[in-house]
Design a protein around this ligand. Sequence first.
Ligand code: ZN
Length: 48
Amino acid sequence: MGICPYCKQHITLDDVKIEKKGKGIISQNRMYVCPFCESILGFSDAMR
Ligand SMILES: [Zn+2]
């Protein structure tokens, strides 16, 4: 996945936290959160 721009830790897809935002209809919106500093790395909606 890369390096967190906030805490400079190496992050892999296995480490990254994926928070699903919204319930029901807009549940496709995913939020990627750094597992080390809990900063929001980005969003991806409807991407699989
Ligand atoms: Zn971080």
